[in-house]
Design a protein around this ligand. Structure first.
Ligand SMILES: *[C@@H]1O[C@H](CO)[C@@H](O)[C@H](O)[C@H]1NC(C)=O
Ligand SMILES: *[C@@H]1O[C@H](CO)[C@@H](O)[C@H](O)[C@H]1NC(C)=O
Ligand SMILES: *[C@@H]1O[C@H](CO)[C@@H](O)[C@H](O)[C@H]1NC(C)=O
Ligand SMILES: *[C@@H]1O[C@H](CO)[C@@H](O)[C@H](O)[C@H]1NC(C)=O
Ligand SMILES: *[C@@H]1O[C@H](CO)[C@@H](O)[C@H](O)[C@H]1NC(C)=O
Length: 375
């Protein structure tokens, strides 16, 4: 009798431990899901690796990072390394301290001449623009062997600084999707202010509009009744789709145009055109990519199907509403600076200097191949 009780008890206990372990596993997965955002290996490393005494005593070693050429929109005073996994870095802007800084950052279009480079210093090239919009003075010989690292939107940059990160939301908004769907009477909206671009997005839209309605707002179209982001929020009440078309077709190049769509108050499905590898960064079934269609005509046919099928349409919106984008462009160097501090502490890579011109262009961008563009 007692024996069976003990067996029962220990079985129950095992089941209990099993259940706890199982729940713990789920919790771990869930937690990781919360922290993790799309395609950021460096960041995952940062999370996993606990700061450990390197060189001498990491907590006593301080790295000074000089933002020598700083863009007007960036406020260095708001940078705090407290939120990074390696906190022992300091960002300064006083050019007089050039010789005593470990690393120096140059924002691409915020300087005209480079100072002499003290030996042993790490020079970092920074830009958030695609190569087409990056200042041209990086293809000169003078710049050649000067830069060691980069801080850009590119994933292979030492300081990975995407326009925003996407996270899974803890509290997914409750919405009446039937009502949202019913209120939509228009097909595609596009707010755009730069009418001529490398990506030839204007030509793509012209072709697309032969097969499905596209309403253009902003400087290249009609004025929107609401200013800034409110415009898109308002349009998303009546439009089914929105064109998040970048000005360049380059690897990793996804800007606020698509990332701002991951907001609780935006109720349309974004159609992305920009980075050919968008699927590495954006969660599946939350957007539609032009690169999945041979032509604007094929895309239009697909949009008509999705736009008229309530179940399918809503499933995209619901999936999109599971995610939220972090703060936008003004702060995106923060993540990059954390990475730089990590690399200063943990020298995982061999010393290197980059040929900037080559780094900017090699295997990065492509011309549109799904529309016919007259030269
Ligand atoms: C590193 O420095 C901190 C702060 O000065 C000190 O508390 C700690 O004991 C040091 N650790 C080692 C391993 O020397
Ligand atoms: C959602 O909206 C529809 C149409 O406006 C309405 O008939 C329905 O009652 C609403 N559902 C809920 C749960 O509020
Ligand atoms: C749909 O439109 C009606 C009438 O303008 C409005 O009252 C309702 O709030 C809208 N539904 C949603 C989900 O925005
Ligand atoms: C909508 O799509 C679903 C899933 O693909 C499909 O089962 C359903 O038949 C479609 N409804 C209509 C009206 O076409
Ligand atoms: C940085 O670049 C210089 C050349 O400008 C080179 O001598 C040095 O080894 C590089 N350092 C690192 C850590 O990559």
């Amino acid at each position: 009798m007692i024996l069976t009780l003990i067996i029962k008890y220990s079985l129950a206990k095992n089941v209990c431990i099993g259940a706890i372990a199982f729940l713990f596993g789920i919790w771990m997965l869930w937690t990781f899901g919360q922290i993790n955002y799309f395609g950021r290996a460096d960041f995952n490393n940062i999370i996993k690796k606990q700061p450990q005494p390197l060189r001498t005593n990491a907590s006593e070693t301080y790295f000074t990072i000089l933002f020598y050429a700083i863009p007007a929109w960036f406020n260095p005073k708001t940078v705090v390394f407290d939120e990074c996994s390696y906190k022992n870095c300091k960002l300064i802007t006083d050019k007089k301290l050039l010789s005593t800084s470990e690393a120096v950052i140059f924002h691409h279009n915020s300087f005209s001449t480079l100072p002499d480079k003290p030996s042993g210093q790490i020079w970092i090239f920074a830009s958030l623009e695609s190569p087409y919009h990056t200042s041209k003075h990086f293809n000169t010989e003078k710049v050649k062997g000067k830069f060691n690292w980069t801080m850009t939107y590119r994933k292979d940059a030492e300081g990975f600084s995407p326009y925003a990160f996407l996270r899974k939301q803890l509290h997914i908004p409750v919405k009446n999707y039937t009502s949202i769907f019913r209120n939509k009477t228009n097909n595609i909206a596009w707010v755009v202010s730069n009418c001529q671009t490398q990506s030839k997005r204007q030509a793509y839209v012209k072709e697309l509009s032969k097969y499905i309605d596209v309403d253009i707002y902003g400087r290249c179209g009609k004025p929107c009744l609401f200013k800034g982001e409110h415009c898109k929020m308002h349009l998303s009440k009546t439009y089914r789709f929105y064109l998040s078309f970048e000005n360049s077709l380059c690897k990793d190049y996804l800007t606020e145009k698509i990332l701002r769509m991951y907001s609780n108050s935006i109720d349309f499905i974004p159609i992305v055109r920009g980075a050919p590898n968008a699927k590495d960064r954006l969660p599946q079934k939350t957007y539609i990519s032009t690169s999945d269609f041979q032509s604007p005509q094929k895309l239009a046919a697909f949009l008509k199907i999705i736009g008229s099928n309530k179940t399918r349409y809503i499933s995209y919106l619901k999936e999109k509403h599971k995610y939220l984008a972090s703060a936008y462009e003004k702060s995106n160097f923060f993540a990059g600076l954390c990475d730089i501090c990590y690399h200063l502490n943990v020298r995982t890579q061999k010393p290197k200097t980059i040929d900037l011109n080559k780094w900017l262009w090699e295997n990065q961008c492509h011309m549109p191949n799904d529309i016919h563009v007259p030269n």
